[in-house]
Design a protein around this ligand. Structure first.
Ligand SMILES: [Zn+2]
Length: 651
């Protein structure tokens, strides 16, 4: 569970950037930029391919479309012609940028910047296309005549304009600087060598220590070693704060946070309010967990009971997931997976999706993905953070993971394949290219996490042969719930609380870098009830140790909302489709569950997410099903905590 948020690039987006569509003469005198030339060549190549490739069938379709188009209003006709041109150019440049970015993530060689340069230039080419003045002006002009447009056409234009907003040509210099700064930051983050006691260690090594070590001194050393990477990232993050705000302001967004939130069709105030509401709804449950574990951990380490939990007492670098604090007899997945291979883990995840009626993964997924850890002596490193990639907005889907045969990767593999099957579900001719993305980013995260949850339920685990036979040892249902809450309920204060509020302040309030670490730990104390093992001054940059702060900025609320939404969907599937207890439902082999999921996945972003939820689930977003799910645990915790002082602040 723990890497949930670590499934980074959900709708893996190079925010669509405008390319130079034929039209407005560019300022040729200033074309010094290689990337722009690449864009132009790509465009020429594309035009040539259009001429060359018309099969009889394609020409026939075209003829029919032309006949139909005579009836459309002028704006609609113009919009369709524009989108057709746009899509072709966009897909090509997007695929090239994905490929370059894939390399910078899967093959990091210290001192070799050739991948980085290729990444920069292909991103710049994509940005030059998606953010071009012509694209922006055309969209604005056509959207001003929205009444004449089909809703689906207007939606596409809005998406194209949103994509332009990330890297508009109207801020060309800033865009170029930002692309370079982002590449540099990612390289620094993933090229960093962690050290413990003078020896080089991997992040996985440090995670293992934080999960298993019982000596508090050693735990503190591991925790502190994991934070060293932040120092070197502070300057880069300060640049990115300025550059991200600067680029979106060129298109009228007040700041980068507002820009990212607008993909939900919401304002910043609405998004913060939704996260705060979720925090408040789940606060009583988190408070009981916090109280219970303050006492439990004090016992475990032989310490007095603290008011705030020291960060190095917890089994995760950011205290975002406490799952590993306990194991439940009868469901020891780590033990069950010991004799399986990492390959088995990924195949098993695919099997579940296939049993729901999804197709097997395309062969290219297996050929091109990077699924397993890189050996220490391989001569290169890779991004250790799991992600799923939609390379060409069509059938080229890949995942980047470092799968090992343990419980955490078992669940992560199910999660990543959720993204992959989402990509495949909406990559159909009926779904316009620019709308081949999740209903919102939270949906994208939620689907895979839900399948991961389903893959951990007792009857499921038994069905796939990962648990002892029922009679041997039946896991205690309350303790199972407890362990799940150590992910779900513990994750909300981190995601809706610390991360969302920090990034909001970072961009919307332009929090100065001299205050970052202080503010970071204020938020950690307020939302998570956690303190660092020792004073953390401004020479550190603990926020930047979190991947998303650097490379997936201002969207972390998506992970929190994903949990809320997935509980709503799971609750619906268990009760309404399987007629089973949501605590122990077995999805395996139920095509009707797959049919329902496809109703949610197949439309991509062609419909508003709130409308989709209302139509298919009959609900608005709400933490109620999650609270109901954990109700038996809540009662148990209240019992255990009777008479104990509660020290967690209100939110
Ligand atoms: Zn994910």
């Amino acid at each position: 569970m723990s890497t949930h948020d670590d499934h980074g690039h959900a709708a893996h987006g190079h925010a669509p950037a405008p390319a130079a569509l034929p039209g407005k003469p560019t300022d040729w005198a200033t074309v010094r930029n290689v990337s722009l030339l690449i864009a132009i060549f790509a465009l020429l190549a594309w035009m040539v391919s259009l001429v060359a490739c018309g099969s009889v069938e394609a020409r026939e379709n075209e003829r029919r479309a032309e006949a139909a188009s005579a009836a459309w209003p002028r704006a609609e006709q113009e919009a369709r012609a524009f989108l057709k041109r746009y899509d072709a150019g966009y897909q090509k440049l997007y695929a090239a940028a994905s490929e370059a970015e894939w390399l910078t993530n899967t093959h990091i060689v210290e001192g070799d910047d050739s991948n980085a340069r290729r990444n920069d230039s292909s991103k710049a080419a994509l940005a030059a296309f998606t953010g071009s003045v012509e694209v922006i002006e055309t969209c604005r002009r056509l959207l001003a005549q929205k009444k004449e447009l089909e809703p689906l056409t207007a939606r596409q234009l809005e998406m194209v304009l949103y994509n332009a907003g990330d890297k508009p040509a109207t801020a060309k210099e800033l865009v170029a600087q930002r692309i370079a700064a982002e590449t540099k930051q990612v390289e620094k983050l993933f090229g960093y060598s962690f050290h413990l006691d003078g020896k080089e260690v991997t992040p996985n090594d440090l995670d293992e220590l934080l999960k298993k070590e019982t000596d508090l001194k050693k735990r503190q050393a591991a925790w502190e070693a994991s934070k060293e990477v932040g120092r070197g990232l502070k300057g880069g993050l300060a640049d990115l704060q300025r550059l991200r705000n600067g680029t979106v302001r060129a298109l009228g967004y007040p700041d980068y946070f507002s820009y990212m939130v607008s993909s939900y069709g919401m304002t910043t105030e609405e998004m913060i309010a939704l996260n705060d509401r979720t925090l408040r709804e789940l606060r009583p449950l988190y408070r009981e967990l916090h109280t219970y574990w303050r006492h439990e951990l004090a016992k475990r380490y032989g310490q007095p009971v603290p008011d705030m939990i020291p960060a190095h007492w917890l089994p995760n670098r950011w205290s975002q997931d406490w799952n590993e604090l306990m194991s439940v007899p009868g469901v020891d997945l780590n033990a069950a997976l010991k004799d399986r291979s990492p390959e088995w883990v990924v195949k098993q995840a695919e099997k579940l999706y296939v049993s729901l009626g999804f197709p097997p993964l395309p062969p290219t997924f297996w050929e091109k993905s990077s699924l397993y850890p890189v050996a220490a002596d391989a001569g290169f490193k890779k991004n250790t953070h799991a992600s799923a990639w939609h390379m060409d907005l069509d059938r080229d889907v890949r995942s980047l993971m470092s799968v090992e045969n343990n419980r955490e990767w078992y669940e992560t593999a199910h999660h990543e394949l959720g993204h992959i099957y989402y990509y495949l579900s909406y990559s159909r001719p009926e779904i316009p290219l620019v709308l081949r993305t999740g209903a919102n980013p939270a949906f994208h995260e939620g689907i895979g996490t839900m399948i991961g949850l389903a893959a951990m339920q007792p009857r499921f685990i038994q069905a796939v042969g990962l648990a002892p036979a029922a009679s041997d040892s039946k896991p205690d249902p309350i303790q199972m719930l407890h362990q799940q809450a150590l992910f779900y309920a513990v994750f909300t204060p981190w995601s809706s609380g610390v991360m969302t509020h920090f990034e909001h302040e970072l961009y919307a309030r332009e929090l100065p870098k001299e205050q970052w670490n202080q503010r970071w730990w204020e938020l950690v104390a307020k939302y998570q009830g956690i303190v660092p093992p020792a004073q953390r001054g401004e020479e550190f940059c603990d926020a930047a140790t979190k991947t998303h702060i650097n490379d997936t900025p201002a969207m972390y609320y998506s992970y929190s909302l994903a949990n809320v939404i997935l509980m709503q969907i799971h609750d619906h599937i268990a009760r309404e489709i399987l007629h089973e207890d949501p605590h122990d439902a077995n999805y395996f082999g139920h095509r009707e569950v797959g049919d329902f999921l496809r109703l949610l996945l197949a439309p991509g972003a062609t419909v508003d997410w709130r409308q989709l939820m209302k139509e298919k689930l009959g609900q608005e977003i709400s933490a109620e099903p999650m609270l109901r799910y954990f109700e038996p645990l809540m009662k148990w915790l209240q019992e255990q905590n009777r008479g104990r002082k509660q020290t967690l602040p209100d939110v």
